[in-house]
Design a protein around this ligand. Structure first.
Ligand SMILES: [Zn+2]
Length: 299
């Protein structure tokens, strides 16, 4: 029998606009753009951003037991440290370790757009395919709408006007709020990319001079963000500690094993809702509610 690692799908709802930047300035039409997938140009949250934030927040809840383990360096590398075992470590006396949890990128599943019929959430066959939901998309100039979108004839998505080809779109996606599913709109893969990129939030802000606390001269800048109420999903793959050795010991053998890894991930993800992910968290940005966390870390 081949060993299969556990794969958990997580669904998340943006409570604020979310900006996970490329780190580059002045790319394209905004000063600070967000990370996109290479082929589709759809915005995403990189798995490294998710695991980095989860690591920090999980370490905060260990109440100072593993003070150096929260960040990028200074890890303890102890085989019984839930942070280092779960998220990995480097440069310790026990060498380096990849970590038992691997985070995928978070991809867009439902994207909120204004329409004459009120707010709707747009999705496409390619986004749903990753959830093993097979659906034939409409033609590029058409949409399939869910029952809560009371519109016939034509429907605008932002500035774009498309033809309502059917009104029986009913995606079965667990953990996503029913009010979002009821107001969902299926578009073609091609149009999904256009609609998302044309309806990202673009905000203007001002740089603060750290010396004076005042606005730096000429320091207006624009940045883009995923809008509030975007629905994303990502996967976390957890490998079993019994297949690994750190300094001759099975990781977490005396304090919870694999279940401890899952609990540590869930504890970290639980704080996304209050402390956020990505940049500019002090500006009311970045809070992300993971919709299917389970108490006690069970799956
Ligand atoms: Zn550690």
């Amino acid at each position: 029998m081949t060993y299969q690692p556990d794969v958990t799908k997580f669904f998340a709802l943006a409570l604020d606009p979310i900006h996970v930047g490329t780190g580059g300035m002045r790319l394209g039409r905004v000063d600070m753009s967000i990370v996109r997938e290479p082929g589709t140009h759809l915005p995403k949250i990189p798995g490294t951003s998710l695991s980095g934030a989860a690591r920090t927040y999980a370490a905060m809840q260990e109440e100072g037991k593993f003070p150096g383990c929260a960040g990028q360096g200074g890890h303890c590398g102890d085989p019984h440290c839930p942070i280092c075992v779960t998220f990995g470590f480097a440069g310790t006396q026990n060498g380096s370790f990849q970590g038992l949890a691997q985070f995928s990128d978070a991809r867009l599943l439902f994207f909120p757009v204004h329409s004459l019929a009120g707010p709707v959430w747009v999705t496409c066959p390619e986004a749903l395919k990753d959830l093993e939901i097979t659906t034939n998309g409409p033609a590029d100039e058409q949409v399939h709408v869910a029952s809560g979108v009371k519109q016939s004839g034509r429907l605008n998505l932002g500035w774009l006007m498309l033809e309502v080809a059917s009104n029986n779109f009913a995606p079965q996606v667990t953990h996503v709020p029913q009010e979002i599913l009821n107001r969902s709109v299926l578009v073609s893969n091609k149009m999904f990319g256009h609609i998302v990129n044309d309806n990202l939030e673009v905000r203007t802000s001002v740089s603060i001079d750290p010396q004076t606390g005042a606005a730096a001269e000429g320091a207006l800048f624009t940045y883009e963000a995923l809008p509030r109420a975007s629905v994303l999903y990502f996967e976390v793959i957890v490998s079993h500690p019994k297949f690994y050795q750190i300094n001759g010991q099975q990781p977490l053998s005396s304090n919870g094993g694999k279940q401890k890894v899952i609990q540590t991930i869930q504890k970290g993800l639980a704080f996304f809702e209050t402390l956020g992910v990505g940049g500019m968290n002090t500006r009311g940005m970045g809070r992300l509610r993971v919709l299917n966390l389970s108490a006690g870390g069970a799956q």
